[in-house]
Ligand binder design. Structure first.
Ligand code: TTP
Ligand code: MN
Ligand code: MN
Ligand code: MN
Length: 364
C-alpha cells in the first residue's frame, strides 16, 4: 500500500535512523524550503526552530509518497504546525523566505569555504552586503582558508558530480598507494550515500600499523604537492591521546588527524570530460576532506563520516532510547559502564538494537 499518504503515516518512525531514506526525495519542493529555513536559523543561538525544521525535512525525505496537501500530514512525526503551514502555502511562502528575507546575504556569505555563521554575521553587522564589498573593505581580514574560499569560489560553489568524485577517488587512491602502499582509502560522506552531487569528497585513510595513521596525511599532502595538485591544505593533527572519549557533547566532532584540502582536478581524469571543468584551463578546484583514525576506531569513524541527519538521530537514539553514548570514536553503554567494541558498522547497529541501514538508505 505505497500509493496513498495516510496509510503510510502510522509506519513513519520518529528517528531518522529507523527510516530508510534514499536519494529519491519525493518531497523536494518542501524539503528545499525547509532547508533554507534551517540554514537561516543557524545564525541564532536558539536551536529550537532549526532542529524542528531539520527533523521535519528528514521525515518528508523518507516518505515513499509525495505530499499533495496539508491534510493527512497530522500523524507524521516531527511535522509541526509551522511546517504544515509551509506545506499548505509552499509556493509563495518559499519565495518569501528565499527572496525577501533581509539576512539572505548571510546565506550567501556562509557559502564561502572558511566562512561560518559567526563571520557571516560579523560582516552583515558591518553593513557588508556583497562579496565585492567584503573584498574591498580594508578593515576585513581574511584568513588563509577564506582567501582560498574566495579565490576558488566559482569552482567550489558549483559542487561536484558523482563522476568527478570518482575521478578524485582515483587521484587520491594513486597518491596513497605511492606513499603508503599498506594504507587503505575508502570513500565516505555524501558520495558514499549515493548522492549524485556534493560539495566535497570525503575519505577515510587507515593503516594496520598502530600509530602510523598520524603520519599518513602529511605524506599524502606532500605527494599531492609534488604532483602540483595541492591548491590549499589545512591539517589538524590528532588530539585523540589528550581527550576523554566519548565526547560529552554530541557534535559531528572528532579528535582524529584530518585535513581539509582544495585539489586541482584535471578534466582529462573525469569520465565524460567533466562538464564543470572550464575549457580553457583544463582543470577545476575541488574540496576534499581526509580523516585518518586508528584502525580499531574505523567502524565508528565510517558511521560518523557517512553523515546526514541520520547520524545525528543515531546519536540521539543511542542516548535517549538506549542510555548509550555514540560518537565518531566509540559507543559507551552507561548502564553497563563499558565500551562496546565494533569492527564494522553492522556491529554498531546491532549493539543499538537497530536494523542495519545501508549507506544509501541514510540520506535523511
Ligand atoms: P560533509 O562533507 O560536510 O557533508 P556530506 O558529505 O554529507 O554532504 P556534502 O559534502 O555533499 O555537503 O560531512 C560529512 C560528514 O563528516 C558529516 O556527517 C560530518 C562528518 N565530520 C565529522 O564527523 N567530523 C569532522 O571533523 C568533519 C569535518 C566532518
Ligand atoms: Mn561531503
Ligand atoms: Mn556540506
Ligand atoms: Mn566534508
Amino acid at each position: 500500500q505505497m500509493r496513498t499518504g495516510p496509510a503510510q503515516q502510522s509506519t513513519v518512525c520518529p528517528y531518522a535512523c529507523q527510516r530508510r531514506t534514499t536519494t529519491a526525495n519525493k518531497n523536494k519542493r518542501f524539503t528545499d524550503a525547509l532547508e533554507v529555513l534551517v540554514e537561516y536559523h543557524e545564525l541564532t543561538e536558539i536551536e529550537g526552530p532549526r532542529v524542528a525544521y531539520s527533523r521535519a525535512a528528514s521525515v518528508l525525505k523518507s516518505l515513499p509518497w509525495t505530499i499533495e496537501s496539508m491534510g493527512g500530514t497530522e500523524a507524521l512525526p516531527c511535522v509541526g504546525e509551522k511546517t504544515r503551514t509551509l506545506i499548505q502555502v509552499t509556493g509563495w511562502y518559499y519565495s518569501y523566505i528565499v527572496l525577501n528575507i533581509s539576512d539572505q546575504e548571510y546565506i550567501l556569505f556562509t557559502s564561502v569555504f572558511g566562512v561560518g555563521p559567526k563571520t557571516a554575521d560579523k560582516w552583515y553587522r558591518r553593513g557588508l552586503r556583497s562579496f565585492s564589498q567584503i573584498l574591498a573593505d580594508p578593515d576585513v581580514q581574511l584568513n588563509r582558508m577564506q582567501q582560498n574560499g574566495f579565490l576558488h569560489y566559482t569552482d567550489l560553489s558549483r559542487g561536484l558530480s558523482a563522476a568527478e568524485a570518482r575521478a578524485v577517488e582515483a587521484v587520491v587512491g594513486e597518491t596513497v598507494r605511492t606513499v603508503a602502499p599498506n594504507a587503505r582509502v575508502v570513500l565516505t560522506g555524501g558520495f558514499r550515500r549515493g548522492k549524485e552531487f556534493g560539495h566535497d569528497v570525503d575519505f577515510i585513510v587507515t593503516t594496520a600499523e598502530p600509530g602510523r595513521e598520524n603520519s599518513l596525511l602529511p605524506l599524502i599532502m606532500g605527494r599531492l604537492e609534488e604532483q602540483g595538485l595541492l591548491l590549499f591544505q589545512a591539517h589538524h593533527p590528532s588530539t585523540l591521546a589528550l581527550k576523554k572519549i566519548p565526547c560529552r557533547r554530541f557534535e559531528a566532532m572528532d579528535y582524529y588527524s584530518k585535513c581539509f584540502l582544495i585539489l586541482k582536478l584535471e578534466g582529462s581524469r573525469v569520465q565524460g570530460g567533466g562538464q564543470a571543468v572550464p575549457a580553457g584551463r583544463g582543470w577545476r578546484a575541488v574540496r576534499v576532506d581526509l580523516v585518518a583514525p586508528p584502525i580499531e576506531r574505523f567502524a565508528f569513524t565510517q558511521l560518523g563520516w557517512t553523515g546526514s541527519k541520520f547520524e545525528r538521530d543515531l546519536r540521539r537514539f543511542a542516548r535517549v532510547e538506549r542510555n548509550m553514548l555514540l560518537d565518531n570514536h566509540a559507543l559507551f553503554d552507561k548502564a553497563k559502564n563499558q565500551f562496546l567494541a565494533a569492527v564494522t558498522e553492522k556491529d554498531i547497529f546491532a549493539h543499538l538494537g537497530l536494523e542495519y541501514m545501508e549507506p544509501w538508505q541514510r540520506n535523511a
